[in-house]
Design a protein around this ligand. Sequence first.
Ligand SMILES: *Cc1c(COP(=O)(O)O)cnc(C)c1O
Length: 387
Amino acid sequence: MNFQEIRELDGEYLARTYARYPVALVGGKNATLTDSEGKEYIDFGAGIAVNIFGANDEEWKAAVIEQLGKIQHVSNYYYAEPQVKLARLLCERTGAKRVFFSNSGGEANECALKAARKYSFMKYGAGRSRIVSLKDSFHGRTLFTLTATGQEEFHKYFGPFVPDVSYAEANIADVKRAAGEDTCAVIIECVQGESGVTALDQGFVKELAAWCAESDVLLICDEVQCGNGRCGTLYAYEQYGITPDIVTTAKGLAGGLPIGACLFFKRAENAFSAGDHGSTFGGNPVSCAAAINVISRITKDFLLEVQGKAAYLRAKLKNLDGVRAVTGLGMMIGLDLDKDAKQVAAACLEHGLLVLTAHKRLRLVPPLTITKTEMDEGLSILREVLR
Ligand SMILES: *Cc1c(COP(=O)(O)O)cnc(C)c1O
């Protein structure tokens, strides 16, 4: 199909949930993608921080195909080797004790929020069900995670919402105010993604972790976007010097196949028992095989390379005319611009560069395997567009 045909069918048959850029991506290699008309793009978006190894990575593909040659799905009524291997890998690399697998970030967070309520119920009985989340957070589209998303614009049509969710500014005094006496968990993104690529303050996160430990309130780190090597460490919280009680992740975890994971650390390890939670597709063997490939390749050396690329990109971006500030952490980059970010993103697309926006900022989350040549090409397109 050519682009016009694809666009017409999309308009006719798909629910109107997405305002799409006028392009259909059909293939590529690493951070260089091709559309249905044969035009090439440098990819600074990675499908929203998903395609960690870019497009068409040989090793990743081989891992997926190998699993496809065995079996594509097994029910969670049975044991599955890819699940246990991935769970062990995640626990060994993070210090977590147990993992629940889902299919998306929203579901991983839904799991974390339910687990926090159960943890508290088992220990203190009913009435300690409050979740505190931060203003400008994003945690997903299920009703509970949407409720926990601290942005009014997402709360327009879908009420009534889940009770006992409060919102706080990113400072300890306001978290305590929002929490009161009936809170079981606080959920944060160390680097807020959807609301503008904003790294939380180190001091605040440390104080929060200490207060949570003191008050037996579970600290949930939503690493759906900022995790899996994106910020230069396997998970972003590592750079904050804290150990959360629950970590959720998804986007980049399987390098482009659907997966979500909820990691339980010591305090929360036994929150769930049999029958408490489940997912038909959760821990799908093909997704798990892909994620094993991803996590085992995010080594110390790989992370050093990511840090180097991030430093390079950030230095170059800072010096571009029209860039006021560079935000975020590692390869999760926000840009404050003189011009309107949405217009800049559209112009970049025309000139062969894929970028994202997040509120008023431009958001750059390239594949972590992006080459220097690809970065330079992308930077020169952005320079031209901003001029
Ligand atoms: C994308 C995102 C989610 C939701 O993930 P889905 O896979 O779209 O459900 C949740 N939290 C954060 C921080 C995200 O960036």
